[in-house]
Ligand binder design. Structure first.
Ligand SMILES: CC(C)(COP(=O)(O)OP(=O)(O)OC[C@H]1O[C@@H](n2cnc3c(N)ncnc32)[C@H](O)[C@@H]1OP(=O)(O)O)[C@@H](O)C(=O)NCCC(=O)NCCS
Length: 173
């Protein structure tokens, strides 16, 4: 579902899900990541139980510029975790990324969950591109970014290169 199709009630439901799953404040998060596509799992009697979104971004590994599907807000309702729902939602997300993007990327501390699904950890240093063209290191993100190769990822793609992303408000990576 495209972000633009979500109602105010949908946004509230998704925010409640993410607050419960991450146990974090969600103020400004949706505005920060911008519009994208949402995969939403509903279960009879329970409502929305899982979610993940893809937002289009550019990533800059080495000298390249790759059209990237950036994954956000992967969340399963606490009572429903470890029953395969997160995997189901990510399988749909992965298929969408494979079809439409040159790369998948996300920031996480739960590497094991994504590794099973074919994601790998970026090993090079991370950077942020400011609007004025300057680049700044983001050392706190090093090791926390995972990527997914797709059928259109360049063959010489190298996980040890520096990688940059465009600045955005909130969590940049
Ligand atoms: C992480 C999360 C999305 C996983 O979804 P889920 O439906 O609970 O996971 P699944 O049942 O599909 O997991 C399948 C396997 O992935 C692995 N896995 C699940 N959660 C994991 C985690 N947090 N870290 C590492 N591995 C994990 C396990 O091997 C699990 O198999 P097992 O239950 O037989 O041990 C979900 O637990 C969640 O919403 N957590 C809180 C929010 C969060 O951390 N989001 C993702 C971080 S960016």
């Amino acid at each position: 579902m495209a972000s633009a199709e979500l109602t105010v009630a949908d946004w509230t439901t998704l925010t409640d899900l993410c607050v419960a799953a991450f146990n974090e404040d969600w103020d400004g998060y949706w505005e920060s990541i911008g519009p994208g596509v949402h995969v939403i799992a509903e279960q009879a009697g329970r409502g929305v139980v899982a979610h993940a979104a893809i937002v289009p971004r550019l990533l800059y590994p080495g000298e390249a510029t790759l059209r990237t599907g950036y994954v956000e807000a992967v969340a399963v309702a606490p009572a429903m975790q470890r029953h395969g729902l997160g995997t189901k939602v990510m399988e749909i997300i992965d298929a969408m990324i494979d079809e439409a993007y040159e790369l998948g990327a996300l920031g996480t501390g739960s590497h094991g969950f994504y590794e099973r699904l074919g994601w790998v950890t970026w090993r090079g240093p991370t950077w942020i591109r400011e609007g004025d063209g300057r680049v700044e290191r983001s050392p706190n993100e090093d090791g926390g970014i995972m990527v997914r190769r797709t059928p259109t990822t360049p063959a010489d793609f190298d996980l040890t290169l520096p990688i940059a992303v465009d600045w955005r408000p909130g969590e940049v990576w």
